[in-house]
Each structure stands twice: as C-alpha cells, then as structure tokens.
Ligand binder design. Structure first.
Ligand SMILES: Nc1ncnc2c1ncn2[C@@H]1O[C@H](COP(=O)(O)OP(=O)(O)OP(=O)(O)O)[C@@H](O)[C@H]1O
Length: 798
C-alpha cells in the first residue's frame, strides 16, 4: 500500500478558520444538525497520486514540513492533549455549549468553503509524503487523526446521550394529565388574604382619633353649665340626664365664646339625642343678648326636620326672649321676608345724599337691587334712609331657602352670626343645593357692613387696621358622618374635634387602642335596642307578603302604648316570640351567619316561620280596626314617590279595613299635610305611614315600633337612617327588610354583614313568612287591585 488510508488529514483545529474547525466537535441541538464529518478523511485516488509525487520533494522541505505540521496543531487541540484528551470531552462540550453558537451555514456555503480548503490540503499532503520521513510523518499525522477521530466519536456519543436524555425528560413532562373523572381534585385549604391595614394614616389626627364616649354614659343636666330654670323645665318634661352624646358635646359647646376654640363634629347613632346636644348651647349663648340679631343659623335638609328642630327649640327657650324663625319655602318668599326682617327708616342725610347722587348719575351697583333701593328711598320720609334689622335670633332653614335670602332679601345679613349648625351633614354636603356651602361661608367670612360693627370694630376700621377674623362656631352632625376630607374641608372648620358614641364594649376598646384610618372610617352606629329581620319575598306577590307581615301577631299583635318587644333575642343567633295572650304564633330564627346566599333554595329549611294568627283563625282581633291595640304601628319605606302612592293604593284595595289607617309621606305632600299626618300618627289615628326616603332622615316619632324596608334602601347609610326611625332614645324597635331573590346577595353582604356597622353581638336574622293564608280569593283580590291601579294611572278608558 502506497500510503496510509487517511494520509494528509489536517485536523480541523489546525484550520485557519477557527469556526470551521470547531464545528465537528460542537454537539448539535437537533438530529437534523448532525456534527459535520471532516471531509478530508477519505482521500481520493487522484489525491493519493499527487501526494506520492510530491513526497519525493527535497529533504530540505521535510524539516519545514514537520515543523509546519507541529505548528498546525491548534492551541485548542494541544490543550486537549495536555488535559488528558478524550476524558475531557464532556467538559469541553459543556464549555463550547456556553460559547455563542455558530450560525448554521447553508449547504452551498459549506461546499464553497470545502472548495476553498482543498488546495491547501493538497499542498500539505504533497509536502508530507516524501520518503521514509514522509512515512513517519504520515504515521504521526495518522495517529493524530485517529486521536481526533476518537475524540469526535466520543463527543458525538456524549451529545447523542444528552439528546436522548433530553428527549426522555421532555416525554415525562408531556405526559397527559391524570384523569379523575368529574370529581374535583382535592385542593389545599386556601389561606385567606390578610386584611390590609395600613400602618400610617392619611386622615388628620382629629378624624383618625376621635373623642369617644360610651353609649351608657349619662350626666345629670344640673351638673352642667345650664341655666337652672331650663334644667328644671327639662326635668319636668322627663329629661333629667344628658344622653351619651350630650354628655360629650355639651361641655365643649357650653363654654363662652372666647373659650370655644374648636368646631365640633358629631357622629352618633340615630335617636341618640343630637338635636338637644346643639340646641341647649345655642339657647344658653343667645339668652343673654339684649337686642335681636341673627346670631345662629341651623341648616337641615328637609321641611319636616325644620319643624322638628323648631319644636326642640321651643321646648328649651321658655323664659327667654329668643326669637326663632324658620325658612323652608312652603310659604311665599315675600311673607317669609317680612317674618325675618324688620324694615325701618332712620334719619341719615349723608347716606340719603350719597344715594341720590348715585341715582342722578344712574350708577348702579349690582343692577336691579340698587334700583329697588332707589325706589324704596323715594317712598320714605325726606332725608331718611331705609334701615333693616333682623326679627330673629335663631334661624332654622333648608339650604336652598337660606341661599335665596342671602342673595335676594334686602337687609338679610349674616354679619352677626356666631353659630352655624349643619345637621344631617353628610346629606347636605353630598348634594350641592345651589352651592350653599360656598355662598354661606363667603358671607360669614366677609367683612361686616359698617352698621353691624361693634364700637371697637368701628374704631379699628377707622384706623384702617385689618378686620379681625370673626369667631363663628360650627357644629356638624350626622348618624353617618362623612370622613370625606374634601367635603368636610369645604366647611373650613377651625381646630375641629370629632365626637363619636360607641357601645360599652367598643368604648373600652376604643379607649385603649389607637384608631387608625380604617377603623375610623368604618364606624356607623345603630341603636343598641334595634332588632333587625330579613324576609325573602316573591317579587310578583310582594304586596301580599307585606300584607301577611302586617297581619302577623309578632308584628301587629301588640299595644302601641307599650314598648314591649315581641321578639327577644335570647342568645346570639336565636330569638323567640314573647308569649302574649291568645297568641299561638312562634318565631325562632336563624342568624345571618346561616344565610349567606339569598338564592339558597334551602332557605325554608333553615329559616323561621311567622305564623299568621289571623289566617289560622286563632286570633281574629289581630287586625281588626276597632281593636286599635292590635293594629300595626309602622313606617314603610319605598324607593320613590310613585311607589309610595301605588303601594298605598294596593294595600287599601287588598285590605279595606286598613284604608283609613294609611297615610303617605313623600315629596309631593305639602308641609302642612305631612305635619298633620305625623300628628295623627303620634296620636294613633293613623297606624301605617308609607313614605319615600324623604322621611328617612331625622324624623322623630315617639312609639314608632316597626320599620319596613318594602323597597331596598339605596345604600348602607340609607338603611341606617331608615331603620333609625325606630328604637330611639333607648326604646325598643324592629326593622323588617323584604328582599327579592336578586337583592338577597347585596343585602346580606352590604347591609346585614357590613363591617362598617357596629352591631356588637347582634345579627340580622332571617325569617320566612307563612303564606298559607294567601288563598285564591286573596290572589283574585290582588289581581283586581292591580287592574284598579292600572286604570287609576292610565285613566278609566284604558
Ligand atoms: N337626654 C335625653 N333624655 C331622654 N330623651 C332624650 C334626651 N335627649 C333627647 N331625647 C329624645 O330622644 C329622641 C331622639 O332625639 P333626636 O331627634 O335629637 O335624635 P338624633 O340623634 O338627632 O337622631 P337622628 O340622627 O335620627 O336625627 C327624641 O325624642 C328626644 O326627645
């Protein structure tokens, strides 16, 4: 054999192009990119011949050739040889894998490269094959090649193994999921997310840390800084002790004007006595003035509240000369002006001359207003000027009417006002009412007119000193006081203090624990004596459900003159009906904990049943009109004026004996009518009031025992105010909420279990009405009533 089979193989690493040399050793990611087999390994016959011829070249070249062949060993190959060769192929492979990968060349590109390489290899082979030296050399090269080939094989094997391993791993991952039929896989118990409680507060300290007082607190009026005659008078009316909120607020407000350094915000449950808490300080402050000036303004949202506050003022002002005015817009504006402002004439030649001069120049300031004044001047005595004085010390008004007087009533001025009370503040600040806050505050903060300035004020004005800031005490109250800083900020309170009333347990907690923003904003209070019920109803027969409720003994079968509550909560989550003569009905209820979903069809199993005593024929007295003792005393809330009228119509048609006992209270009722209705209700001539939310705020009706939410309230605050019409001033009361299927979830989540309401141990309890008594006859009557309603709405021809 003329020469070795693999003569003149130039190891890939000896190539000039390092990328080309490294490719054969590089393991490939996919089988399609197999390591490139070194091309020169199998030499063609032509090549061998050429090699032989060239091997006969001079010995001189032999040395240089052997040196050349040594030099051609790449540093990489040498390195491998030093490191122990084949054993380190794995490490080498890994190292190369980390190197940036060589882009895969296209086949044409590979061929071109091969062509470029060929002449070089030919040169080398010619040089290496000459005589015995050439043989040695070729042996050496052959061995080197074998070594490299062995390394390549080994590396190929390793990469092949790796590929196999990866494929098996992939297969394991791709295994199809185990099938478990339709039974859900057992899941680990879910860890509830911890409630986020920020460690910082964005509320100002006065809101975040209010002054709290326990609802059990009582202070005798005689221990307070109140006129003894007034204390005596209050006592004669059964008011000896100040309630909790009064005990906290009165000391702050009874101080004299110089000591009153704070504006006061009050957040306390409905019926806790907030009205007296601000009326007493007003009376004590106003009683000592010798002249009449408008010094106190009380703003409330509705006409009914205006007259209610007036009643409290009338109770407290006995023996004083305090003049009280009301402004509600139920009478003509002119008549109201005359009640509030006294017009007089004073001799003031200077003022008259100035005015006449203006008139002659036809300079008008403020347009029509000045023209009016000119007209007035023309009808007074010569050299006389019209003057105006207030006829009232204290004005109780709605915001809209107050703005009307400020802007249009000549002589109406807030220059002497020292007190501004905003009752039901969240409602008044929610609705803009002609931007009343801005108008009133701008007036209160503006400089007094010269006539209203005191002597010292006139002197400092003459000396052109800047006017002193006026001392006005603001009192802001609500059972659902807003923590909205923007709204409260609009009242521009001065060093405000927030007073809240908590139940005894909460009071202890509040005293020891600092209140953060979260808890401060979440406090709504319900009267502790209130019992709350929830009744699922069928939407299509809701009036029938209401009728059944009104007839049930636990609702209607008790005297309106006693405060005995037919349902006594015996322990948490359970209740029972107190036995009463001839009463066979019973109630045992489930707490709200058992009633997560209103749509739960198993309601009936868990809930309780109110047996209709009348339908069972065991007590016919329960709903007889003559037996007033057993008539329901109830305020029923609907969501709109229309619903109020419709429901009244249906109830009267369904159960005619109720007709003369039903009254409606909504926005379309005049003040006089609503006053009359409330008076009749207090006297027991009317027992059922069907009302819109107009009656939900502030209304105080003694002996009102039941509230029915026939339609859902708008929100949580709405609920608190509605149900707060009962269980007032420590008396008992019940609230019944009828919920349709679609409303149940919202009611339970947003009202019954609302975290914002402090209910303590109490729960809203769910009961079911027994509808057995509703027979075909009643359903027919219901249908007729609906038809009657339709023709009443559309007219008889339709
Ligand atoms: N010190 C007191 N002792 C006994 N009864 C009181 C006392 N103070 C007020 N009351 C009575 O409590 C009832 C509720 O008072 P008031 O109307 O002021 O409550 P309120 O807190 O303003 O309620 P709301 O937030 O619903 O307006 C009234 O009938 C009132 O006569």
């Amino acid at each position: 054999m003329p020469g070795p089979m693999y003569a003149r193989y130039v190891p890939p690493k000896a190539q000039k192009n390092p990328q080309a040399t490294s490719r054969p050793l590089k393991p490939t990611a996919t089988p399609s990119t197999q390591p490139e087999i070194p091309q020169p390994l199998v030499a063609s016959k032509k090549e061998k011949k050429l090699k032989q011829e060239k091997a006969e070249d001079s010995e001189k070249k032999q040395k240089s050739r052997s040196e050349n062949s040594k030099k051609r060993k790449t540093p990489q190959l040498e390195e491998h040889e030093h490191e122990g060769g084949d054993d380190d192929h794995g490490a080498e492979l890994k190292r190369r894998r980390k190197e940036p990968s060589v882009p895969i060349k296209s086949s044409t590109e590979g061929k071109k490269k091969e062509k470029r390489r060929k002449p070089k290899k030919e040169d080398n082979s010619t040089a290496s094959e000459s005589g015995s030296g050439a043989e040695d050399d070729s042996d050496e090269v052959s061995k080197a090649h074998e070594r490299v080939l062995a390394k390549w094989k080994k590396s190929s094997k390793i990469s092949e193994d790796l590929r196999k391993k990866e494929t098996t791993e992939d297969k394991v991952e791709e295994q199809p999921p185990e099938l478990h039929d339709l039974v859900p896989l057992p899941q680990p118990e879910q860890v509830p997310d911890e409630e986020y409680r920020p460690t910082f507060s964005t509320l100002p300290p006065w809101l975040a840390q209010p002054t709290t007082v326990s609802s059990s607190t009582k202070t005798p009026f005689k221990e307070m800084n109140i006129n003894p005659k007034l204390v005596e008078h209050l006592s004669s009316k059964g008011l000896q002790d100040a309630s909790a909120v009064q005990s906290a607020v009165l000391p702050l407000l009874l101080a004299n004007v110089k000591e009153r350094q704070h504006d006061v915000c009050v957040s306390a449950a409905t019926g806790s006595g907030k009205t007296l808490a601000y009326i007493l300080p007003l009376i004590e402050s106003l009683r000592n003035y010798g002249n009449t000036e408008l010094r106190a303004v009380v703003v409330v949202p509705t006409r009914e509240l205006v007259s209610q506050v007036r009643d409290v003022v009338d109770l407290c002002k006995v023996g004083t000369h305090i003049q009280v005015g009301v402004s509600v817009g139920n009478q003509s504006f002119q008549a109201e002006r005359e009640q509030l402002i006294q017009r007089s004439e004073r001799c003031d030649s200077e003022a008259t001359a100035a005015l006449e001069e203006r008139a002659s120049k036809r300079v008008t300031r403020g347009g029509d207003g000045d023209d009016d004044l000119l007209d007035e001047v023309s009808i007074v005595l010569p050299k006389h000027f019209p003057g105006y004085t207030s006829k009232v010390d204290l004005l109780i008004c709605t915001p809209g009417r107050l703005v009307d007087h400020i802007t249009s009533t000549r002589g109406f001025s807030l220059d002497s006002v020292e007190w501004l009370v905003v009752d039901e503040a969240d409602r008044l600040l929610d609705e803009r009412f002609q931007e009343w806050v801005d108008v009133v505050l701008t007036n209160l903060e503006s400089e007094k007119t010269p006539e209203k300035k005191s002597a010292p004020e006139q002197i400092s004005s003459y000396l052109q000193y800047p006017p002193e800031k006026r001392q006005i005490t603001k009192v802001v109250l609500s059972a659902t006081m807003t923590r909205d800083l923007e709204k409260l900020g609009s009242l521009r309170l001065r060093r405000p203090v927030l007073v809240t009333v908590t139940n005894p347990q909460q009071g202890e907690k509040a005293a020891t624990e600092p209140r953060d923003e979260f808890s401060a904003s979440s406090q709504l209070h319900l009267p502790p004596t209130l019992v709350e019920w929830a009744i699922p109803v069928d939407e299509s027969e809701k009036p029938l459900f209401l009728l059944q409720l009104l007839k049930t003994k636990s609702f209607a079968g008790r005297s309106t003159k006693t405060n005995q509550n037919p349902v006594s909560t015996t322990k948490r989550g359970s209740a029972e009906l107190l036995p009463s003569a001839g009463d066979s009905s019973s109630i045992s209820s489930s707490s709200s904990d058992d009633s997560d979903s209103a749509s739960d069809s198993s309601d009936s199993d868990k809930s309780n049943t109110l047996h209709d005593a009348e339908s069972k024929g065991k007590s016919g007295k329960g709903s007889s009109v003559e037996g007033k003792v057993n008539m329901p005393n109830v305020l029923i809330f609907t969501r709109s004026n229309e619903n109020t009228a419709r429901l009244a119509h249906l109830l009267k048609a369904l159960h005619p004996p109720y007709a003369e006992l039903i009254g409606t209270l909504n926005r379309s009722a005049s003040s006089l009518d609503s006053r009359k209705l409330l008076a009749a209700f207090r006297k027991g001539k009317k027992s059922i009031i069907i009302a819109s939310d107009r009656a939900s705020r502030g209304l105080d009706v003694r002996n009102l025992q039941n509230i029915v939410n026939y339609d859902m309230p708008k929100d949580l605050q709405g609920y608190v105010h509605r149900v707060g019409r009962t269980a007032r001033a420590g008396e008992s009361g019940q609230a019944w909420t009828l919920y349709e299927n679609a409303e149940g979830r919202w009611f339970w989540n947003s009202i019954a279990k609302a975290k914002e309401i402090e209910r303590g141990e109490r729960r809203v309890e769910r009961i079911r009405l027994d509808m057995e008594g509703v027979d075909e006859r009643m359903r027919e009557a219901y249908e007729k009533a609906l038809q009657g309603l339709q023709s009443a709405v559309l007219g008889p021809k339709n």
